[in-house]
Write a new protein. Structure first.
Length: 113
């Protein structure tokens, strides 16, 4: 079982940046073995994948965030990050991280002038 805690959300103007963090608790051995992912859910919409990263560091991104967002992980700190640049109003959502079927509580990102 993995417990996940997201942080780093907030209010930012269009074109701005935020870095989200997701800290995992549990066996570091398990954390190192599994892929991690960031998802988001906007009001009235289904949860959608934003980015994923494998245990080996391979990454995948939704088309809507390619070139703007970067996912990374620090296995020693049991933390996964989502660097978000050039933010747009349509990026407004609650962002969740996931690992091994567990989900964090989410962190709100609001992009507005």
């Amino acid at each position: 079982q993995v417990q996940l805690v997201e942080s780093g959300g907030g209010l930012v103007q269009p074109g701005g940046s935020l870095r989200l963090s997701c800290a995992a608790s549990g066996s570091i051995f398990i954390f190192n073995l599994y892929a991690m992912g960031w998802y988001r859910q906007a009001p009235g919409k289904q949860r959608e994948v934003v980015a994923t990263i494998t245990s080996g560091g391979g990454t995948n991104y939704a088309d809507s965030v390619k070139g703007r967002f970067t996912i990374s992980r620090d296995n020693a700190k049991k933390t996964v990050y989502l660097q978000m640049n050039s933010l747009k109003p349509e990026d407004t959502a609650v962002y969740y991280c996931t690992c091994m079927g567990s989900w964090g509580q989410g962190t709100q990102v609001t992009v507005s002038s």
